[in-house]
Design a protein. Sequence first.
Length: 396
Amino acid sequence: MRAHTCQQCVRGTLALSLAAVLWLPCVHLFFKNNPETFHSVASISPKARQLAARHLQLWTDPALRRRELEKMRASNAEWDFMGRSFLVWSLANMGLREPAAKQNYLTVIDQIIDETLQLERERGMCFFLMPYAKARPYEIQPARSLFLDGEIALMMAARRSLEEKPEYQMLMTERIHLVTERMQGNRLLMAESYPNECWMFDHVIALDAIQIADYLDGTDHSAFVRDWLAMAKQKLVHRESGLLISSFTLKGEPLDGPEGSTIWMVAHCLQLLDEDFARDQFQRARKELGRTLCGFGYAREWPASWQGPMDIDSGPIVPVLQISAGSSGMAFIGASAFHDDDFLSSLAATLDFAAFPARKNRTLKYCASNQVGDAALLYAAVQGPLWEKIKTGRKR
């Protein structure tokens, strides 16, 4: 009897194994779509419209927005701030694609920027930072965070690129001056986001804001940008992978190596600063971090030559495959920015399979994500027009 039962178990196991071998490679076909259903070069894709509708709903329904922000701020106050930034950048791109809807987008953009500036003014910069911002004094005084200054400057730059607003011109000029002054005050052209902690993500965003300021206002920071790029290539590249490191001290000492939750956005931002270097960084990230398994795309947080600690940015790392939710989400930005349609399509298949999309009244959110995650996905789905406007304008 036992032998017969064992034989049944063996047969059952073999049957399940065979079914898995035959079935798993086909599962992604139920979720795979043309990449243009996520990111369309010529228009706004269906998913982008649904994601945008959800975010616009949050900014027209105070109670709904408060619930979403309270959930995020319980984990990380940065997410509240970054959700605002990604949404403003997204709406600016959408306004450039759809001039007829521009005023609707401008209304929400201005609401976000004005509320963000008010909160920064009334609550202080630490309102949008993690608690360790208060653990010790900033090296550069008075204390400021490049994380905030750079993203706020880029929010205003994106808004002004869609339509000029004199009030933001003045505020943006002041913020750009503060950024450049503090970076130039350091021999390596670095500034803190947290006490003696500098982030590559924040530097390239600040530099993009400076580039757009040059385009809008006729200023010229080209020598400054050129010097920063030369420094970064010399001192902030991980030797084994060739990828830019994620964080470092004011002396250029590495704190973290290359991270997927950083490098995909960094490569995209570099497109305004040095297109060849940008593509080099994306291609290296694609090789070191991008993966596809049975048609489903994902991204690692670290290359094989570097192993860092899990943190709030990486999220939990799935063992064996080393899947990082943070890196996988940001990989959408890299894939769409560099027109890697195969990778983008495989990432989108994973998103629809594993992130639990919820649709209601023509809105879309991903239940495995949150407001900032969905805002980053929206940005990945609509980015392009703003960068093209700045690059084309510079070439004239």
